[in-house]
Design a protein around this ligand. Structure first.
Ligand code: MTE
Length: 318
């Protein structure tokens, strides 16, 4: 097992106060992350009425990628979820995901890379370089939310492992633990939940690995302790509670594609002109809104990502 960065050095950077503090557990550190929010409640508000202030705890940069669209509430984001490992109802993840044990969180890195092995969350995520990014999340079920994520660019994580030229795709898997995840008893999907990206998509600057939202560490229902956020793709590409990263040569199979290949393709870019699933994709309901709104090509991120798909027939590669 090789560590890119040991726990101690991360803690030193985080707490330069007393020697004892060098040995705080991540749970304690993450509690501090939450407390940082409380301490900063006097900070600037994003918009009138939003009970939201930016914590200074380790957030190096903040970017709004959703224009003047209103943020969804913390309550909406943490109580209306898809996380089938905890059940198929929108309320199931919030009900059951507190059973998820996220510390320690070993992640297996395998495949075509110079460095592979088992790594800790702290090896993967630089908690001193967290960014906040406000992204739209568009679910294939034709609803959407605007979420202030906290995390790091996915590219930075993947580059640490020095993928080789044979790595054309990257594959991710979610934890599949029957004792913690009651939804695994259902065969609605072939577990573990798995997803994948083409390497250039994964390295795109908008692809993000989130560890928090609204300035707090992720709750289980949102995919603690780390989940992908790929804002130009349908929400199901944003795989939660990742325990495996695998650099592969061939396009990997994904859980939803395996479940229904005529509905769910590998790319799953948000595309209002292509409705292969049972939902029409031309419009969407922003959670909290009464009226539907038009769905934007690539979820509104076309200027940044369209070039990834230049020359591809997006009706064929859906
Ligand atoms: N990841 C896992 N492991 N299991 C899931 O069921 N659901 C996906 C995605 N990631 C899912 C998952 C779907 S369909 C959506 S829309 C988003 O998570 C929802 O993310 P949120 O609940 O944080 O809004």
């Amino acid at each position: 097992m090789m560590l890119l960065k040991n726990r101690k050095s991360w803690h030193i950077a985080e707490n330069q106060v007393t020697p004892e503090r060098l040995y705080l557990s991540r749970r304690q550190i993450m509690q501090g992350f939450g407390l940082g929010l409380g301490a900063a409640l006097a900070g600037p508000l994003f918009r009138a009425g939003a009970a939201y202030a930016l914590p200074n705890f380790g957030i190096a940069k903040k970017t709004n990628y959703a224009g003047d669209e209103e943020l969804n509430s913390y309550k909406d984001i943490t109580s209306y979820n898809n996380f089938y490992e905890f059940g198929v109802e929108k309320s199931d993840p919030a009900k059951y995901a507190h059973a998820l044990i996220t510390d320690p969180w070993p992640v297996e890195v395998t495949g075509h890379a110079e460095r592979t092995g088992t790594y800790s969350l702290e090896d993967l995520i630089d908690f001193n370089a967290l960014e906040e990014r406000i992204y739209r999340l568009r679910c294939v079920e034709a609803w959407s939310m605007v979420i202030p994520w906290v995390g790091v660019p996915l590219a930075g994580i993947l580059k640490k492992f020095e993928p080789t030229s044979k790595a054309k795709f990257v594959r991710f898997e979610t934890l599949a633990n029957r004792a913690q995840m009651p939804g695994l008893r259902s065969r609605v999907l072939d577990w573990p939940y798995r997803e994948g990206l083409r390497m250039d998509e994964a390295m795109h600057p908008l692809a993000f690995m989130a560890v928090g939202l609204y300035g707090k560490p992720l709750l289980g229902q949102n995919g603690a302790p780390m989940r992908l956020v790929v804002p130009w793709k349908y929400g199901f590409k944003s795989i939660k509670s990742i325990v495996s990263i695998n650099f592969v040569e061939n396009q990997p199979q994904t859980s939803w594609e395996m479940q229904n290949p005529s509905w769910y393709g590998f790319y799953s870019n948000v595309n209002p002109n292509v409705s292969r699933q049972r939902w029409s994709q031309g419009r969407e309901r922003r959670i909290g809104d009464f009226f539907k709104r038009k769905t934007l090509m690539f979820n509104g991120y076309g200027d940044q990502v369209a070039s990834l798909y230049a020359g591809m027939d997006l009706a064929k590669y859906f």
